[in-house]
Design a protein around this ligand. Sequence first.
Ligand code: AMP
Length: 117
Amino acid sequence: MNEKTVFQKILSREIPAPILYEDDLVAAFHDINPQAPTHVLIVPKKLIPRVGEAEPEDQATLGALLLAAGKIADQLGVKDRSKGFRLVINHGRDAGETVPHLHVHLLAGRSLDWPPG
Ligand code: AMP
């Protein structure tokens, strides 16, 4: 059996992390190495290694990740357009992926550059 990802260990509470949001398909917690005042990771409970490897059967899970992002942004007070937030998904080496478990980064709390580095 493959080693569990760090995010699976957080989801199963083997690694303690405050869960900010949870529903049937996804959960969210703070990034351990925040790149902005608000940096939350939203992860599917099902292990999908990366977004480009999602299957048609994952459609509801993919939708749940984005719906959760809006709810969490609201919960954290950054949904208003006068503030705002950015969602990032890294797929593969060139994008900087380090954890092979699909996750959406929700970044907020400062002005974010575009284009990204
Ligand atoms: P990525 O580079 O897109 O694969 O993002 C992986 C993210 O997971 C990085 O921003 C890490 O800081 C974060 N991370 C790694 N381990 C943990 C952990 N135990 N708890 C919370 N975030 C983590």
